[in-house]
Design a protein around this ligand. Structure first.
Ligand SMILES: [Zn+2]
Length: 228
């Protein structure tokens, strides 16, 4: 959600600049808050945005607030990104939507590996930030059964009828599991690409590689062979 349009940001800068010609900065956001109140902008969000933009006081609003482009809260931006890429498919991954794949991950036939799931359920990585219906060990990420919606830590490679990422993702979305409703062809393609070179019967686990760098926070889904 855009908190300040470019027009509003410029309006704000002009307002504060004018005020500062009559009264010097008191190291607070006094005039900026006056403007926000007058313009009926949520004051809490407004203050957060100012701090994110390096504006801790009125003179910094004039100095630091970008006068080009609309402004939104970082927090909101991250949320939007989660909506666009809920499974955190790495940006560098190039999907092949026409290719047919013949392996997927399933719960084990061996009941020892099923805490909440039953044998032979298709497993899909749980989307980033998802809260499972049953508690999982802290720090471990997990798959979600497209049948029972239950979490499972390990998936096992099994043969399936050849299917494209587009068809497979549609099938998963149609399983009516709420957290898998945004499982896209691209997500399915990535999933298959991680599994296709594995031997039948191999166990796999998934996690997110989280980084904080120059571009801010990012997370990438990894699906790796489990070493037993
Ligand atoms: Zn100041």
């Amino acid at each position: 959600m855009i908190l300040l349009t470019e027009q509003q940001a410029n309006d704000l800068i002009t307002f504060v600049e004018d005020k500062l010609t009559t009264k010097s900065c008191n190291h607070k956001l006094t005039f900026a808050m006056q403007w926000a109140k007058k313009n009926k902008i949520d004051l809490e969000d407004f203050e957060d945005l100012m701090l994110e933009q390096g504006c801790g006081c009125d003179c910094e609003v004039v100095l630091n607030l970008p006068d080009e482009g609309d402004l939104e809260l970082e927090e909101e931006k991250e949320k939007n990104e989660d909506n666009i890429n809920p499974f955190k498919i790495p940006a560098i991954f190039v999907e092949d939507l026409s290719k047919l794949y013949d392996k997927a991950l399933f719960t084990s036939d061996d009941l020892d590996y099923n805490i909440h799931t039953s044998p032979n359920e298709i497993l899909i990585p749980a989307p980033y930030g998802y809260k499972p219906k049953k508690k999982m060990p802290r720090g471990d990420w997990f798959f979600i059964s497209s049948i029972s919606e239950m979490p499972n830590g390990l998936g096992f490679v099994k043969q399936i009828e050849p299917i494209s990422a587009i068809e497979f993702s549609k099938k998963i979305r149609n399983s009516n599991i709420e957290c898998l409703k945004d499982f896209s062809p691209r997500a399915a393609s990535y999933y298959f690409s991680r599994i296709e070179l594995q031997q039948i019967g191999n166990g796999m686990w998934c996690h997110f590689l989280e980084r904080t760098g120059i571009g801010g926070f990012s997370a990438d889904l990894k699906i790796n062979k489990a070493v037993r």
